[in-house]
Design a protein around this ligand. Structure first.
Ligand SMILES: Cc1cc2nc3c(=O)[nH]c(=O)nc-3n(C[C@H](O)[C@H](O)[C@H](O)COP(=O)(O)OP(=O)(O)OC[C@H]3O[C@@H](n4cnc5c(N)ncnc54)[C@H](O)[C@@H]3O)c2cc1C
Length: 307
C-alpha cells in the first residue's frame, strides 16, 4: 500500500464527517478560490478570458453532484444549458464538463439520459463539446451505458473519462474504441478499494501511459489530463517519435494547479485546456483536490487556525 493512497483515503474519509464539512464550508470559501473560479457563471467567464490571454482554453464546469431529487437534476440541466448558451456567444473553443449524478443518475439512468439529450441538443447548436466526467466505481457501468445510448441516438460531440487507477479501465477502453469515443485519461480522484483499484503509484502511472497510448493508437482523440511532469514528458516524447499529430491529442490540467506549466505547453504549440469549476457546491470537488496533495491539507489547516 503506498503512502499517496493512504493519505488520499484518509482525507476523503475525514471530509465526509458532517462537522468537518460544516467547518470548512462555513470558513473555507476563500480557500476554495484556489481551485474554484467563483460562485457565478460571470466569474467563470472572467477566468476563461484570463486563460485565453495565454492561449489556454477553458473547460467550464458547474459544480454539483449526487443530486437526490428530480427537481434538483432539472435545475442543474437548466443551469448547464444557460452555461452552454453563454460560452456559445464567445469567440473561443466551447467546452463544458458535467457529472451524470448531477443530472439524477442515482435516481434513474433514464432521467440522466433524457436531460443529457436536452443538453447535447443545445450544445450542438452552440458547437460545444460536452465531457462526461467519471465518478466513483459503483457509477461507472451506468455512466458508460448512458454514454452508449447517447452515441446510438446520434450525439457525437461528447466523450467520457477513464481512470488509470481502476483495474477495469483497459477493458472499458476496448469497448469505446469502435465508437471513436473522444476520451480523457486521468489517474482517478476517488477513494477506491483494492478489489477494484490499483493502490500503488507505479501501477497507476504504468496503466496511465498504457491507456493514453492505446487510445491514440486506436485513433481516439485523447485528452491527456494530468499534472505529472514524468507522464507529460513521456507522452510528448512518444507522440513525437510516432509522428502523432498534435491535432490528435491535447493536455488538460485543473484551474489553479501548475499554471505556469499550462502556459508553457500552450506556448510550445500544444492544445491545452484548464478545467474551470464554479458554483456554490464546491465542497466535494475541493475535498478531492486537498486529498491529492499533503501540502494542500497543511494550507487548509493553517488557514482555518490562523484565518
Ligand atoms: C482536466 C482534468 C479532469 C479531471 N477529471 C476527472 C474525472 O472525471 N474523474 C476523476 O476521477 N478524476 C478526474 N481528474 C482528477 C485526476 O483523477 C487526478 O486526481 C488529478 O489530476 C491529480 O492527479 P495527477 O495526474 O495530476 O497526478 P499526481 O501524481 O496526483 O500529481 C502530479 C503532480 O501534480 C501536482 N498536483 C496534482 N494535484 C494537485 C493539487 N490538487 N494541488 C496542487 N498540485 C497538484 C503536484 O505537483 C503533483 O506532484 C481530472 C483531472 C484533470 C486535470
Amino acid at each position: 500500500m503506498d503512502l499517496n493512497h493512504t493519505y488520499r483515503s484518509f482525507v476523503l474519509a475525514v471530509a465526509r464527517n458532517p462537522q468537518v464539512r460544516h467547518l470548512v464550508q462555513s470558513r473555507g470559501q476563500n480557500l476554495a478560490r484556489r481551485f474554484v473560479a467563483g460562485d457565478t457563471l460571470e466569474e467563470a467567464l472572467q477566468a476563461l478570458e484570463a486563460l485565453e490571454r495565454h492561449r489556454v482554453h477553458a473547460i467550464l464546469d458547474l459544480l454539483g453532484e449526487m443530486v437526490t431529487s428530480e427537481e434538483a437534476a432539472c435545475r442543474f440541466k437548466e443551469e448547464i444549458v444557460r452555461l452552454i448558451q453563454a460560452v456559445g456567444s464567445r469567440p473561443y473553443p466551447r467546452y463544458v464538463s458535467l457529472k451524470l449524478t448531477q443530472l439524477g443518475l442515482d435516481l434513474s439512468p433514464d432521467l440522466a439520459f433524457s436531460l443529457m439529450t436536452e443538453i447535447l441538443t443545445e450544445a450542438q447548436k452552440a458547437d460545444c463539446f460536452v465531457r462526461i466526467d467519471m465518478e466513483d466505481s459503483p457509477r461507472i457501468e451506468a455512466t458508460l451505458e448512458v454514454y452508449h445510448r447517447l452515441r446510438q441516438a446520434g450525439f457525437t460531440h461528447t466523450g467520457v473519462v477513464l481512470q488509470s487507477y481502476l483495474k477495469r479501465s483497459e477493458q472499458d477502453l476496448e469497448r469505446l474504441l469502435p465508437f471513436k469515443t473522444p476520451v480523457r485519461i486521468v489517474k482517478g480522484a476517488y477513494r477506491e478499494p483494492p478489489q477494484v483499484a490499483f493502490q500503488e503509484r507505479r501501477l497507476i502511472d504504468a496503466q496511465y501511459l498504457l491507456l493514453c497510448k492505446k487510445a491514440l493508437e486506436g485513433g481516439l482523440y485523447t485528452a491527456i489530463a494530468t499534472h505529472d511532469p514524468a507522464l507529460i514528458e513521456e507522452m510528448k516524447r512518444w507522440t513525437a517519435e510516432r509522428a502523432i499529430g498534435r491535432d490528435r491529442f491535447e493536455f488538460q490540467m485543473l484551474y489553479g494547479v501548475r499554471r505556469e506549466e499550462q502556459k508553457k505547453l500552450a506556448a510550445e504549440g500544444y492544445t491545452v485546456r484548464a478545467y474551470v469549476p464554479y458554483g456554490t457546491d464546491w465542497y466535494p470537488y475541493f475535498s478531492r483536490r486537498i486529498a491529492e496533495r499533503p501540502e494542500n491539507l497543511l494550507f487548509v489547516v493553517r488557514s482555518l487556525i490562523w484565518g
